[in-house]
Every structure is written in C-alpha cells, then in structure tokens.
Design a protein around this ligand. Structure first.
Ligand code: SF4
Length: 92
C-alpha cells in the first residue's frame, strides 16, 4: 500500500514536471480533474483535506483516484471518451 502510494506521488510529480517541457499524454483528462478539484470543498489551498495530496500533482497521476469519487464524472481514456459523447463537463 505504501509503495503504491509512493508510485502515485512519483507519477503525479513526474507528469507535472514533464508537462512544463512538452505535451503529455492524457493532459486533457488531468485538466478536467483539476477543474473539479478547484471547485471542491475539500480543496484547502491546493491540498486535498481527505488524502493530503497536492492537487496539482495528484490530478496528473493517471492511476490516482479522487477519494470522494468526484472524478467519476469525466472519462479517463480516449475509449471512455467515445462512450461519453455528450458529457458537457469534459468540454474544457
Ligand atoms: S481529490 Fe476529490 S475530494 Fe480531493 S479536492 Fe479533488 S475532487 Fe475534492
């Protein structure tokens, strides 16, 4: 469990750093997650008060999940996106 959490943290921060120098895969999904976090009551100055993660990095870890299930409103992959053609939330 601790190793998995460490993997998610490394994954998120790596993607955040890579995003500065190039366009990363899944960028629009990460952006959609972050838009949800920005409006969430659990967002306390950029940190989720449920899991304690820095949201800028957490939202960019493809294997992370929202502990309150709020990211379930967005597709996670291109395959899922095709099944959600009318989802207005995803149009950022
Ligand atoms: S990860 Fe989930 S619970 Fe935490 S701030 Fe984002 S939307 Fe809210």
């Amino acid at each position: 469990m601790l190793l998995f959490k460490l993997k998610l943290i490394i994954q998120g921060w790596t993607n955040l750093l890579l995003d500065i120098i190039s366009d990363i895969k899944y960028k629009k999904y990460f952006k959609a997650r972050y838009e949800i976090c920005k409006l969430c009551e659990h967002n306390k100055y950029g940190i989720c008060d449920i899991c304690g993660c820095v949201l800028k990095a957490k939202t960019m870890s493809e294997d992370s999940e929202c502990p309150d299930g709020k990211w379930k409103t967005i597709p996670e992959t291109l395959e899922e996106e095709k099944r959600w053609p009318n989802d207005h939330l995803f149009e950022l």
